[in-house]
Design a protein around this ligand. Structure first.
Ligand code: TUI
Length: 314
């Protein structure tokens, strides 16, 4: 496997691990990078000094390239960016906003910049502002999401920009990877499946909830407040739904979610924790080492492709 994304990032397989707040720690990022993909530490809402420690820890665990995902809605995003520019990981990915004002400083520091986008307009803007590649995330993904499906978003963005496009959202196995490449992507980003890796230090209750999830269990809340989030159905998502239907004030709905990720990830509270996960949770059935997960996306792609050719010849 060698695409221009591999060349750009200096990685063996064209796969990036999604920047999942609380879940994507130095341990997970290092394991993914050691397995030949690109691991990302998720800054989430963490203070800047915690992010600095995580970068240093990751550096001790791998000599391969890795990155940091900066969540731009975080109140600490500005300080986190400063720390990242000082520490110089190979890559910065961003989510939930427009990283435009940071791009020139990141480039000056020799850091590759890969914004997550959920629309064609944002992808074009990022290319114009100097992004090295874009991660195009469909609504199948977990966490904070856009509206367009991966199937419709990827080809439109591939047609609109010339920089590499990484497909994200709903890619659970090699079939999904082949489909993403068929749509014109140069790589894939995978989040949910890495929650169920041996190296991920999330609470086992969280991992088990992903393993048990079925096709309709990854639901969206927060559409009415303008920050839609996909997470596994539980008491918290039902409570959200109830408040949203009742037309409760914005502050009351928002307050429900505060600390939700920490409750899920650290305490294993599967009822009132926010079990962010994508629709692909239904296809994740075992806990494996990151290196095996990475290989599984690429090892039988030839069989899948020849299966398609056979079908089309009939
Ligand atoms: O960012 C994500 N996923 C996330 S962030 C997160 S933390 C959070 N917790 C509670 C509520 C909200 C967030 C959990 N999951 N994915 C990347 C992503 N970025 N998806 C969509 C976008 C996006 C949306 C709008 C990117 C750019 C954008 O542009 C806005 C603008 O300024 O035009």
């Amino acid at each position: 496997m060698n695409t221009r994304l591999c060349e750009l990032l200096g990685i063996e397989y064209p796969i990036i691990q999604g920047g999942m707040a609380w879940v994507a720690t130095a341990e997970l990022a290092a394991a993914v990078s050691n397995g030949g993909g690109l691991g990302l530490i998720a800054a989430g809402g963490a203070p800047a000094d915690v992010v600095r420690e995580q970068i240093r820890k990751c550096r001790e665990m791998t000599d391969k390239p890795f990155g940091v995902n900066v969540m731009l809605m975080s109140p600490t995003a500005e300080e986190v960016m400063q720390v990242v520019i000082e520490e110089k990981p190979a890559v910065v990915a961003t989510g939930a906003g427009n990283p435009g004002k940071y791009i020139s400083a990141l480039k000056e520091a020799g850091i590759k910049i890969l914004p997550v986008v959920a629309s064609v307009a944002m992808a074009k803007k990022m290319e114009k502002d100097g992004a090295d590649a874009v991660i195009a995330e469909g609504t199948e993904a977990g966490g904070h999401i856009g509206e367009i499906t991966t199937m419709c978003l990827i080809p439109q963005i591939v047609d609109a920009v010339s920089i590499p496009v990484v497909a994200a959202g709903g890619i659970a196995d090699a079939r999904g990877a082949v489909a993403a490449f068929a749509l014109g992507a140069d790589g894939i980003q995978v989040g949910t499946r890495f929650i169920c890796s041996e190296e991920c230090i999330a609470h086992e209750n969280y991992k088990n909830a992903v393993l048990k999830a079925k096709d309709r269990d990854a639901v969206v809340t927060g559409r009415t407040t303008g920050a839609p989030v996909r997470a596994l159905k539980n008491k918290l998502t039902r409570e959200y739904e109830r408040l949203e239907k009742a037309g409760a004030p914005f502050e009351e709905i928002e307050a429900l979610g505060v600390g939700g990720l920490r409750r899920a990830f650290q305490e294993g509270d599967i009822q009132m924790g926010s079990l962010m996960a994508g629709q692909s949770a239904a296809m994740v059935n075992k806990i494996e080492p990151c290196a095996d997960i990475i290989r599984s996306y690429f090892e039988n792609t030839e069989d899948i492709i020849s299966g398609i050719e056979k079908k089309l010849k009939k």
